[in-house]
Structures are given as C-alpha cells and as structure tokens.
Design a protein around this ligand. Structure first.
Ligand code: B12
Ligand code: SF4
Ligand code: SF4
Length: 274
C-alpha cells in the first residue's frame, strides 16, 4: 500500500482531489450475507463477507455515478461532482462520520447505530452548496473492547489504531510474496480478508441484516472454498472461476499462497488435537 503516504496531502484536503469541492455526499450499501456458509472443516477456507460476490467496485460505480449526475442537476450547468468508492485519497470513514452516518469504532470501522458495520461506503465530492447534516458526535463503544481482544494477529496497538502490516485483510489481499511464518500461523482459515473484529461487535450481532442485493451478485460458494483445489489451481482456471470477483486482486498466485497457509494451519490444528 505504498500509495497511502503518497496520497496523504490529498486525504487531508478533499479540495485537492476535486478542485472547488466543498461538500461530500456519503452513502452506505449493506453487503451482509447471513445465509453464506462459514468454513468450519479443515478442507475449506474462508472469504470475508464483503467479497462473496461480484467485485463491488464494478457493482456500485454505476449507482454512484447516477448520484453524481443527480447532484450536478441540482447545481446547474457550471456544477461539478465526482463519485468515489474505496478510492485511496478519499477519507471515506472520516467523511461518513462527519456526514452523520455513524461513529468510528475501536476496530476503526464506521458503525451505523441502526445497522452495524457490514456495508460499503461511497462518496460524491461536489462544489454544489448542499445543506449540511450534523456530524455523529457520540462514541457508542463505551467500555467494550471485544474487537481488540479477538483480533487473531493482535493488529490493534491501541483503540482506533490499526497496524495494517499485521492485519489478515492486508496480508491476504494486498501483500505480495511470502508471509512471515509467525503471522501466517495466526491466520487460521482466512484466505481472503477477515471479519473477526466485525463479527464479535455487539452492534453487528444485534443489528446486521441480510442484504439480498441483486447488484452484488452474492455467490454462497465463496464462503467456503476447497483449499486443495485452490492451492493447485492454474492461472487460467482461476481467471475463469474468480476473474469477476475481488479475489482477482491477489490473483491466482496470491490465492494459492493463502490456500497453502490455511492448509498448513488446519494440519497443525489437527496435530494439536490428537
Ligand atoms: C487502506 C484500506 C484498508 C487497509 C488499511 C485499513 C485501515 N484501518 O487503515 C486494509 C487492507 C488493512 C483494510 C482492511 C479492511 N477494510 Co479497508 N480500506 C482501506 C481504504 C482504501 C483506505 C483507508 C485509509 O485511508 N486508512 C488510513 C487511516 C488513517 O484512515 P481510516 O482507517 O480510514 O480512518 C481513520 C481516520 O478517520 C482517523 N481519524 C479520526 N479522526 C480524524 C480526524 C481527521 C481530521 C482525520 C484526517 C482523520 C481522523 O481515525 C480512523 C481510524 O484510524 C478504505 C477506503 C477509503 N478510501 O477510505 C477502505 C475501507 C476503510 N475498508 C473497508 C473494509 C470493508 C475493510 C475490511 C472490513 C475488509 C475485510 N473484511 O477484510 C477490513 C477491515 C480492517 C479494519 N479493522 O479496518 C471499508 C469500511 C466500511 C466501514 N463500515 O467502515 C472501506 C471504507 C472501503 C469502502 N468503500 O467500503 N482496508
Ligand atoms: S480484519 Fe481481522 S486481522 Fe484485521 S484487524 Fe480485524 S480482526 Fe484483526
Ligand atoms: S466490538 Fe465493542 S469496542 Fe469494538 S467496535 Fe464494536 S462496540 Fe466498539
């Protein structure tokens, strides 16, 4: 993620992303998939909920572009508006909190008090002087610290601080090459992303509801993928089977690596039980 420091100046000032922008319209889109099977046996690996379907960038960019067009219509012929989803320089969670959608939890997720945190954020930056909603000021985490304690790789050095180098999501999706053996041993059966710090959150346990969103084309098979098949899959077969999903980011080589780690963790787990 070398792009992060390069984009720091723009992240602090969205006007440097879209010249003249004074407003951010922030929207959330639920992806919670309550029916998806979870990997439980030693033969399958787990994919995080957000990725158990078509690539969300492709699925949601169309609706966000429509929102940008509608914003321009409100502003008149000189107005401009640009849509972003998961775009590096846009501080999406920070803007969502300022737009009143929820608070940033100790797990660094934006949490909506009516829905939990299993949703994507999208942003339209514009120079149209829209009315401004009040920010969400309260911290509803209270004394809870379930997410901090549950993280398999202890990736939170403090509340609301994530050391991305230790996060399974970073390791399985963004990291190229070998993964440190000590960290790999703590990754369990996660082969793409990780949901632990969200699954344990009481706000998700109480309020997360199934998305049933046709745009996201959820595929329940992606909840539990066969490790042996994945570890040996050719690049051509991988492209045919997963080319339309977010799994194409680490690609065939990255997913073969991840499957191999999960297989070794399952073998080690079985040895410890006997
Ligand atoms: C890089 C990135 C990652 C990295 C690093 C994550 C991180 N915590 O920084 C990795 C690969 C690890 C990752 C993992 C995941 N990610 Co991610 N990721 C991003 C991305 C592209 C940039 C985040 C970023 O800028 N990080 C840098 C830090 C400094 O910023 P931040 O964490 O966003 O927010 C901090 C600031 O708001 C700061 N802050 C507080 N007060 C103030 C005041 C000011 C003035 C400022 C400037 C900042 C500030 O505190 C916050 C917490 O540290 C965003 C999309 C985007 N453009 O925002 C998605 C995004 C954050 N990811 C998302 C998701 C879904 C995930 C995963 C759940 C995926 C998964 N299941 O595996 C995990 C969750 C891990 C976790 N607990 O955060 C969603 C989150 C939705 C939500 N409800 O919050 C986003 C918004 C993408 C999207 N459009 O939906 N991600
Ligand atoms: S996504 Fe997983 S590894 Fe990353 S911080 Fe959350 S619990 Fe830890
Ligand atoms: S698990 Fe607890 S501390 Fe963590 S984000 Fe949820 S409410 Fe906050």
């Amino acid at each position: 993620m070398a792009y992060m420091p390069r984009q720091a100046a723009r992240r602090l000032n969205p006007e440097r992303i879209v010249p003249g922008a004074t407003r951010a319209v922030v929207v959330s889109r639920n992806y919670y998939d309550e029916t998806a099977p979870e990997s439980s046996g030693s033969e399958t690996g787990r994919v995080a909920r957000y990725a158990r379907g078509g690539d969300y960038h492709d699925a949601l960019s169309g609706v966000l572009a429509q929102l940008a067009e509608a914003t321009v219509e409100l502003g008149g012929p000189e107005a401009s508006a640009k849509a972003f989803i998961d775009a590096g320089p846009v501080p999406e969670r920070e803007l969502a909190q300022r737009a009143g959608l929820g608070w940033i939890g100790k797990n660094t997720m934006l949490i909506d008090p009516r829905a939990g945190s299993f949703f994507f954020l999208g942003v339209v930056l514009t120079d149209v002087e829209l009315a401004v909603d009040p920010p969400f000021e309260t911290d509803r985490c209270g004394s809870c610290r379930l997410c901090l304690d549950a993280c398999p790789t202890q990736a939170f050095p403090a509340e609301r601080v994530l050391d991305a180098r230790l996060c399974i999501s970073y390791l399985t999706i963004e990291h190229r090459g070998d993964i440190d053996a000590g960290l790999a041993a703590q990754m369990g059966d996660w082969i793409f992303g990780c949901d632990v710090c969200q699954d344990v959150c009481p706000w998700n346990q109480k309020f997360a509801e199934g998305a049933d969103d046709a745009h996201l084309q959820q595929d329940s098979e992606l909840g539990a993928l066969n490790l042996a098949a994945l570890a040996e899959m050719s690049s051509e077969e991988f492209q045919r089977r997963f080319g339309w999903t977010a799994l194409s980011r680490p690609g065939a080589a990255g997913m073969r690596r991840n499957a191999g780690i999960a297989q070794r963790n399952a073998e080690e787990h079985a040895r410890c039980r006997t």
